[in-house]
Design a protein around this ligand. Structure first.
Ligand SMILES: [Mn+2]
Length: 318
């Protein structure tokens, strides 16, 4: 697969690199890191994300080049950290999108293998690990900026080396990135231990809706709450990952009302449950313990679909 991916890259001049909406550190790290690497080959990549890049990633050199709308021509599309094409939102509507080859680089277990070449491995902790294999294959060398991009993906997707997919291989990769000049404490402080105050105000609003029942915990975020909190970002500001830490819950969900009449659902589980399957069944995707989907309807309507699906999952798993 690396051979085929490298052939696609070598035959392109202006690749369009895209990461997913509501971008996290792995999305931004793999996007900017691969872009930086491909410039070493003399390519002119365009870096795109359907949503604005959260401010906490401002320390990443090159993040200011990421655009939300694409006007430059491109001859190859590379998707990063996207399990399906819904994740690239409006960018999939670009006229040339279906006409040029598509390289799909991802680590989600629910990846739909939608590329002409699929560099997909769900055993790794983060998409940046696969990007590093590709960079090595292309003989692209690491500098401190590139290493910082890649280590950001590892640190954020493993929540600071706490997930079950943190292997000695992940630690060896981390060591290599640190030796190339990336600072682990700096990245941890900026990408993980830092959020806008408005995000905490949003949690305050959302927590007034909190419910705990049958080892499930869930909360909702309405557009009104977002306005009250003054929170400009997308998604749940990390709330669902916090909720799953409740000792009385095995599954957490946060329902986020969107401008377009849909509700974004974030799901988390404790080890032993698989919320990726629930997300996949509802048209979304993700990882075993962290997944999501988006459904049309009001907050109440979407809850009436998702909560029974989670109950069924928990019945099966007992
Ligand atoms: Mn990821």
């Amino acid at each position: 697969m690396l051979e085929q991916a490298s052939r696609l890259i070598h035959s392109a001049r202006r690749p369009l690199l895209i990461c997913h909406l509501s971008p996290d550190g792995d999305a931004i790290g793999s996007l900017v890191g691969l872009g930086r690497g491909l410039r070493q080959l003399g390519l002119k990549p365009t870096l795109a994300c359907p949503d604005p890049v959260p401010e906490r990633f401002d320390y990443i050199t090159g993040v200011e080049e990421v655009v939300e709308d694409v006007h430059d021509p491109f001859d190859l599309v590379i998707t990063l950290d996207c399990s399906d094409l819904e994740r690239v939102a409006h960018l999939a509507q670009l006229p040339a999108f279906g006409q040029v080859p598509l390289l799909n680089i991802d680590h989600h277990v629910t990846n739909l293998q939608f590329g002409d070449v699929n560099l997909v491995d769900s055993s790794v902790s983060s998409t940046v690990e696969i990007v590093l294999w590709l960079l090595d294959y292309l003989a692209i060398s690491l500098d401190a900026e590139l290493a910082t991009c890649l280590l950001t993906g590892v640190v954020t997707d493993t929540r600071g080396f706490r997930t079950s997919n943190v292997t000695t291989q992940v630690m060896e990769t981390t060591l290599r990135l640190m030796n190339a000049g990336a600072s682990l404490p700096y990245i941890t402080q900026h990408a993980l231990d830092n959020r806008p105050t408005a995000a905490i105000l949003l949690w305050k609003e959302a927590l007034t809706t909190l419910q705990v029942q049958d080892r499930m915990i869930w909360a909702s975020i309405s557009l009104d709450m977002r306005r009250t909190a003054g929170y400009m970002g997308n998604g749940d500001a990390g709330l669902v990952s916090f909720l799953v830490s409740a000792s009385d819950a095995d599954v957490a969900a946060v329902f986020v009302e969107r401008q377009d009449g849909r509700v974004e659902v974030g799901l988390r589980a404790v080890p032993g449950l698989d919320v990726a399957q629930v997300a996949l069944q509802l048209g979304g995707g993700g990882h075993t313990l962290a997944a999501g989907c988006s459904l049309p309807g009001s907050l109440a309507e979407v809850q009436s679909v998702v909560l029974p699906a989670l109950r069924a999952l928990m019945r099966q798993s007992r």
